[in-house]
Design a protein around this ligand. Structure first.
Ligand code: ZN
Length: 205
């Protein structure tokens, strides 16, 4: 059990911030029979609630203090409607239904990469340009322990790459272009609508 906060009922967790060693450990895979236990089922519900509350489009178990290979993702249509169609097209951002990924593995599809600003609920208040594979295949178990495969392109592919990194103890700051690291305020003020090439040109001597 999580020493921080876990109780018997689902709840919203505090999100662990950078510097906590749990974010830098490789998370433990679950045994299939473990997935159905009340502890794991309540953890999944609480992770979902915590993701909504944040709000975020993905959350990994280490971010709530549990070094386990579980992540939840969702990018719903209402949220996407608040983003301009031009920006959605640029970032290839499409709705992702609520999905639980247990013991996920990832394989890139093709060689193409994209670079966009990315942030993390565990590195609160900042973002940076991060290159990611444009398309990936994810194989995982669902919340009932049933195997499934997802092929994802664009922003959904970025979300799963970010979340699966958490399960390996990796944060986006390990992959970012460090010269583009910015506060949220400065991102909105200077960089939000600019293509990666222009951002880099302005920030590289
Ligand atoms: Zn994150």
């Amino acid at each position: 059990m999580c020493a921080r906060c876990y109780q018997t009922a689902a709840m919203v967790f505090d999100i662990v911030q950078a510097g906590d060693p749990v974010l830098r450990q490789r998370a433990r895979p679950l045994r299939t029979e473990e997935i159905a236990t009340p502890f794991i089922q309540e953890l999944i519900v609480s992770m979902r609630m915590t993701m909504y509350e944040a709000p975020g489009v993905g959350l990994a178990a280490p971010q709530v203090g549990e070094s386990l290979q579980i992540t939840v993702i969702e990018d719903d249509k209402d949220h996407l409607d608040m983003i301009s169609p031009v920006r959605r097209a640029e970032t290839r951002r499409t709705p992702v239904p609520f999905t639980v990924l247990v013991n996920p593995t990832l394989t890139p599809i093709g060689d193409e990469t994209d670079e966009f600003f990315e942030g993390c609920l565990s590195v609160e208040g900042y973002s940076a340009l991060v290159p990611r594979h444009r398309a990936v295949r994810v194989e995982a178990l669902d919340a009932r322990g049933k195997p499934f495969t997802l092929d994802l392109v664009g922003w959904p592919a970025r979300i799963v790459q970010h979340e699966l990194d958490h399960l390996a103890g990796v944060l986006y700051i390990d992959r970012m272009d460090p010269r583009t690291f910015t506060t949220g305020e400065n991102h909105g003020r200077w960089w939000k609508a600019r293509p990666a090439s222009e951002v880099r040109a302005r920030l590289t001597p």
